[in-house]
Design a protein around this ligand. Structure first.
Ligand code: SF4
Ligand code: SF4
Ligand code: SF4
Ligand code: FES
Length: 1002
């Protein structure tokens, strides 16, 4: 055993950026205060001075393609968007020179765009081209409209591109290249007829486009439009193409005589009329934990579009699911009537009958077998208020702590690792802090597909701002392909290499000694436990070269700030809690907490998995992570709820299944959770459900789990209710009701309230805000949270003090322990429990896909998503495919120790050797028929990722499970944004106003 000595080797840290200075700028004769790094266009906009700016978007920065923002600065014509203010600057936005340049630039824009606003679906008051025509008081075009020789491209299921309306501003290209960083779009500036290109000239449908919608969102006109808008937004836009063309001809015929002014006035009347029937409602995405928020435009129950703009987590960003994945809300299969089991089937029932039955059976079972014979599971898709009520029903009405949520399946180990070391079970900063890191280390997370918008911020920082990226994963996913260093350790061995590099850093003087001295307890004890973790041991165990591990350690030591992101590749292992702890230990040893650009980021899977835990839907914690066995805590809740509360920890999800098999648990009330498919060892779980005396399932569709229910209660999705979600950033956000619940369905909080009241609870909550007020009064973490503070796009990141102040970055003053110091928590290595052998010779990994969420109950109801990704598959490496004679489309039977599934092969170099990968999105062939009941001993999170299978080749060969239109088959064209310099080099380009300047000079 080697001993550890700390040597003093200097760490390399970069200097903080210098702050800007105050400057005064004259604009059109008035003085404005600015700061020295401010863009002139931002100052002009802040000052309320009206200036044309077609290509500028604050979240994209200066693109400089349109030239409409020309202003005169100290006598020179410049683009306001590309100019930084300086002391004494004198600006005219209205001089003759500036105005002529703006007009000339915009005239060129109009030569690329036919104005037919009155019959255009984009005539909603926010069309930049329309508004600029009005601002510049354009009456007649100098350069006539010139159609481009290209067809409209309709090949993407969600949006279409009309080259004839495209003003070549390049906003879409900038968004795709440098915000989404999917790098699909470009403009062929060198062509006689430039246009936007997908993959350099593919159709949209067969390109690498991931349908994130960034380009559509930022397009300043109708060139890129959501198909759900077309023919629906305007009063006259649903007319036939032939009539539409005739009307356009009429308008064009009128224009020479009347000018655009009167035509625009007509279109503005039509636009104003739309206000009466188009609603814009702010909501929060119901899929992953990034917490994107946006306005949903609706006309009656038709969703016109999703418009992201001001979301604190996402700005203009979305992924395919948040932007386009909402068809399920109006799906005809929605449950609209309570169902009661009758023999092998169900019959429809009234709400009163169903709720009376639930209350009666709960009472009978409680009387006969005691309160602990009942259990409750809340949904991490439901709101905080709904999880709060579910745990209150369990504890205060029934009298049991048998309450949990699905964070048990994914996030509980990460939460444990953080509670052990730093004191809060949440991300230590915000997405912005990740952007600020000089090194991001991603472990066991397919971030680009599972947390797509968060991934864009890392991709952008890596592409544009020199951020370094290390990825450790079994698969060469998109982030791995982009990484500076990609590690592929043996499955389930992350703890070993993490501990080994921590030891290496300590031994080689690369630890942050000052930080350790000031902020961390337990160093000496911890160092002793690192003894087994030599680089050689790690290399042997993980299958990684020592040189590579040293490189990782050196990159961490050299970085001025390190953020570590991890997800289910870490947590769904039998040592998930310990590996999460090892991550936090590494961050503490290197001083990577307490400032922006550092910290621990377990990426939360569901939209409200963080909030479900915060709200107390857990067997050991009351709301706000207050322990059920703390008498003081219980006393506070007992006084508020006026009941005696159970004091012993209840059963978690995993223990509930075992307790059903053992005959101890008789009744389960499950809210919004497809447990029969998403829990590990699905056959074992299904067998348990059959044994239940009474099973209530609450959902929006008749799920696979409903098949086992005694009562099915029709709930509503997020668009049909008020409430709050808490994202991975600990960000609490309000969702506002978009639609009324479809008749027959009810919001989950109302259903739970009504059941409780049938059990004499006397709850009189009339609105979710009242539930939040109660939770805030009892959970110090949420003390200052109320609906007024969350109105619209306002958000709060917990802990929130009573005065409403929140903490986007945790641990700025201390760690969350009584002495304010963090704790190094020793971990040891035991290795995966389930191992491959000669019979089960292949390792099966599993996880998410970009297009589908979880089992796919919602996303398979989106036809466009189904078109892109119609079915599940298993990824097989080219070498294994060759060895076994498998090709993409070969039907396989995967057999594990627990079950079997039939699935088609997809041969891909994303996986290698004998490692397979199967997405979790299937109800017919769910991967969890193959996974085991082995768990992390601390949290009972199933070791989903420790699965070995035998592969049997079936005779039939089908089509490839992924069609050609899946973006995987595209060929991106990375470039540095829109590359306007290529436009400027064209022989037919001159800077607007330059000819006027030359004439004046002569
Ligand atoms: S990936 Fe597709 S939808 Fe997203 S910005 Fe690029 S072209 Fe547009
Ligand atoms: S399609 Fe792109 S380049 Fe064309 S107008 Fe829209 S954002 Fe600008
Ligand atoms: S990244 Fe997550 S929260 Fe954002 S739109 Fe996509 S699924 Fe929704
Ligand atoms: S807004 Fe400045 S060049 Fe387009």
């Amino acid at each position: 055993m080697q001993t550890l000595t700390i040597v003093n080797r200097k760490r390399n840290r970069t200097a903080p950026p210098q702050s800007s200075m105050a400057v005064d700028v004259m604009i059109d004769g008035s003085k404005y205060a600015a700061h020295s790094e401010e863009r002139l266009i931002d100052l002009i906009n802040r000052a309320g001075v009206k200036l044309a700016q077609v290509c500028y978007h604050p979240q994209l920065g200066p693109i400089q393609t349109c030239d409409t923002c020309m202003v005169e600065v100290n006598g020179q014509l410049v683009r306001a968007c590309a100019t930084t203010v300086s002391e004494g600057m004198s600006v005219s936005t209205v001089s003759t020179k500036a105005h002529a340049a703006q007009q000339e630039a915009f005239d060129r824009i109009l030569s690329n765009h036919m104005l037919y606003c009155t019959v255009c679906d984009n005539n909603n008051g926010n069309c930049t081209v329309h508004n600029t025509t009005k601002l510049l008081a354009i009456e007649h075009q100098q350069i006539p409209f010139q159609p481009k020789p290209y067809e409209v491209d309709n090949t993407n299921p969600f949006y279409r591109y009309d080259p004839n309306q495209c003003v070549l501003c390049g906003r879409c290209v900038e968004a795709c290249q440098n915000v989404e960083v999917n790098e699909t779009l470009s403009i062929n500036w060198d062509d006689p007829h430039p246009r936007v290109l997908w993959d350099g000239g593919s159709t949209i449908g067969e390109s690498s486009c991931v349908s994130c919608g960034h380009c559509v969102t930022v397009c300043p006109c109708n060139a890129l439009m959501e198909k759900s808008m077309l023919g629906h937004a305007g009063f006259l836009t649903g007319i036939s193409k032939k009539t539409l063309n005739s009307m356009i001809d009429v308008v064009k015929g009128v224009e020479p005589e009347t000018g655009y002014g009167s035509i625009l006035r007509v279109s503005e009347i039509e636009s104003a009329m739309r206000e009466s029937r188009i609603r814009r409602t702010k909501t929060v995405c119901t899929y992953c934990g990034v917490g994107c928020s946006f306005n949903i435009w609706t006309k009656d129950r038709h969703i016109l579009k999703v418009e992201p703009s001001d979301g604190p987590a996402n700005g203009i960003s979305t992924c395919i699911k948040g932007k386009f994945g909402w068809d399920y809300v109006n799906d005809p299969d929605r449950l609209t009537t309570p169902l009661i089991r009758e023999g092998d089937g169900f019959r429809e029932a009234s709400w009163d009958e169903a709720l009376d039955l639930v209350a009666r059976r709960f009472t009978e079972i409680k009387t006969q077998h005691g309160p602990d014979s009942l259990a409750f599971i809340s949904s991490s898709k439901c709101t905080n208020e709904e999880s709060y009520l579910m745990q209150k029903l369990a504890r205060a009405v029934i009298g049991t702590n048998n309450i949990d949520n699905c964070s048990r399946y994914c996030q509980a180990p990460a939460t444990t690792g953080l509670f052990r070391t730093v004191g809060y079970g949440g991300d230590s900063g915000s997405i912005r802090d990740i952007e600020n890191a000089s090194l991001v280390l991603i472990i066991g997370s397919n971030t680009a597909e599972s947390h797509p918008v968060l991934a864009t911020r890392v991709k952008r920082a890596h592409k544009l701002h020199g951020q370094k990226l290390i990825v450790s994963d079994l698969r060469e996913n998109e982030m791995a392909r982009r990484a500076d260093l990609f590690l592929h350790p043996r499955p389930g061995t992350d703890l070993v290499w993490l501990s080994a590099i921590t030891r290496y850093l300590l031994e080689n003087g690369l630890a942050h000694e000052d930080f350790l001295r000031q902020w961390v307890n337990g160093l000496e004890e911890y160092k002793k436990t690192l003894a087994p973790f030599t680089m050689e041991f790690a290399s042997q165990t993980c299958g990684l070269p020592v040189k590579t591990l040293e490189k990782v350690a050196d990159m961490i030591a050299e970085a001025s700030g390190v953020c570590i992101l991890w997800a289910m590749g870490v947590t769904q292992q039998s040592q998930g809690s310990d590996t999460s702890t090892a991550i936090s230990n590494l961050l503490l040893v290197t001083g990577n907490y307490m400032r922006t650009g550092t910290g621990a980021y377990p990426l939360r899977g569901h939209n409200n998995v963080q909030g479900a835990g915060d709200s107390g839907a857990a067997p050991n914690n009351l709301p706000g992570y207050q322990s059920v066995d703390d008498p003081e805590v219980r006393a506070r809740f007992e006084s508020a709820w006026k009941v005696k509360l159970p004091s012993t920890k209840g059963l978690d999800n995993h223990q509930m299944v075992d307790a059903i098999h053992q005959g101890k648990l008789k009744s389960l009330y499950l809210e919004g959770e497809e447990m029969a498919i998403v829990d590990s060892n699905a056959n074992h779980v299904a067998a348990a459900f059959i044994k239940l005396d009474f099973f209530v399932v609450q959902d929006i569709f008749f799920s696979a789990t409903c098949r086992f229910a005694d009562v099915v209660l029709p709930a509503t999705p997020s668009l049909e209710k008020e409430g709050t979600f808490t994202s991975t950033e600990r960000r609490i956000q309000r969702l506002h009701q978009v639609f009324e619940p479809i008749p027959g369905s009810r919001p989950d909080w109302k259903i739970t309230r009504d059941i409780a009241n049938r059990l004499n609870a006397g709850w009189n909550y009339a609105h979710p805000s009242e539930i939040m007020n109660e939770m805030a009064s009892l959970a110090p973490l949420y003390a200052g949270v109320n609906y007024e503070r969350l109105e619209g796009y306002k958000s709060l990141q917990w802990p929130v003090a009573a005065d409403g102040s929140d903490q986007p970055l945790l641990y700025t003053k201390k760690f969350n322990f009584p002495d304010g110091k963090a704790r190094l928590f020793p971990v040891s290595w035991s290795g995966p429990v389930e191992k491959s052998n000669t019979e089960f010779d292949l390792h099966l990994n599993n996880g998410r896909l970009l297009e589908h969420f979880h089992e796919g109950n919602l996303t398979y109801r989106v036809p466009g998503i189904k078109e892109k990704t119609p079915d599940v598959f298993v990824e097989i490496s080219p070498e294994l495919a060759k060895e076994r004679g498998v090709q993409s489309g070969t039907w396989l039977l995967l057999i594990s120790r627990y079950g079997q599934v039939r699935v088609r092969a997809l041969v891909t170099d994303r996986v290698s050797g004998r490692e397979l990968y199967m997405p979790m999105n299937s109800t017919e062939s769910p991967v969890n028929r193959l996974t085991s009941s082995i768990t992390d001993p601390v949290t009972h999170t199933p070791a989903f990722k420790e699965t070995s299978v035998h592969m049997q080749i079936l005779a039939e060969v089908g089509e490839s499970p992924l069609p050609r239109v899946n973006p995987r088959f595209g060929h991106p064209t990375p470039q540095h944004g829109v590359e306007v310099e290529r436009k400027w080099k064209r022989s037919d380009y001159s800077l607007p106003g330059s000819q006027l300047v030359q004439i004046q000079k002569k």
